[in-house]
Design a protein. Structure first.
Length: 210
């Protein structure tokens, strides 16, 4: 079982969701490209919130110092990213792969994350906010995925419940809604695990892609 977790934007909570999913499935986590090393990295967040042991955190393929789009961070770090060399690791348990930002974030001057996902053909879980603007962003992201024939596993909402927003995205996007992760305060491994268990039945991650 393998999933790519991406989002409609940056900073929407896909790392927190990835931590919860990896922990619930007893899996591995891999962030192919990490931009920004001065603060806690996404791998470190998943290790802390998901309580994944170090051997379940696969090292990043590229670690870039600048907190910017990977193509720019790589240029400033004098690193050449080779997208064709990004290959998902082989694991003995479920693997959660987290992209950076949204689908069309550039990795190089000519490639975006969606191009890599299209080559992998691993089912994608799209994380979306529930707030204003998310209908447009989510439908555009679904369109970008399907334009590249990337398998869509489903959408995860993050934030306060917005019933009509969630309904219209499911209907117009012709996509399965996997659940909603509410805002969690305080955010701890215990509170995250409880929220995930309450809102996401594990059997929903065993169904086919849409």
């Amino acid at each position: 079982m393998r999933f790519v977790v991406t989002g409609t934007d940056t900073g929407i909570g896909k790392t927190v969701f990835s931590a919860a999913l990896a922990a619930a499935l007893g899996g591995y986590y891999w962030k192919p490209v990490q931009s920004g090393l001065d603060e806690e990295t996404d791998s470190q967040v998943v290790h802390r919130l998901g309580r994944l042991p170090p051997n379940r955190i696969v090292p990043e393929a590229y670690r870039l110092r600048t907190p910017a789009s990977p193509h720019l961070a790589a240029r400033l770090d004098h690193v050449e990213i080779e997208p064709e060399r990004l290959m998902p690791p082989v694991t003995d348990a479920p693997l959660i792969i987290e992209g950076a930002g949204g689908l069309l974030v550039p990795i190089t001057e000519t490639a975006v994350f969606a191009d890599v996902f299209a080559r992998w053909q691993i089912p994608v879980i799209l994380c979306a906010r529930t707030g204003l603007g998310t209908i447009n962003h989510t439908l555009l992201s679904l369109e970008a995925l399907r334009h590249r024939s990337i398998p869509v596993f489903g959408v995860v909402f993050i934030g306060d419940e917005q019933t009509e927003t969630q309904r219209i995205i499911a209907a117009m996007g012709q996509v399965r809604i996997l659940g909603r992760l509410p805002q969690i305060d305080p955010l701890t491994p215990e509170s995250l695990g409880q929220a995930f268990q309450k809102n996401f039945p594990l059997f929903s991650f065993e169904e086919k892609t849409a």
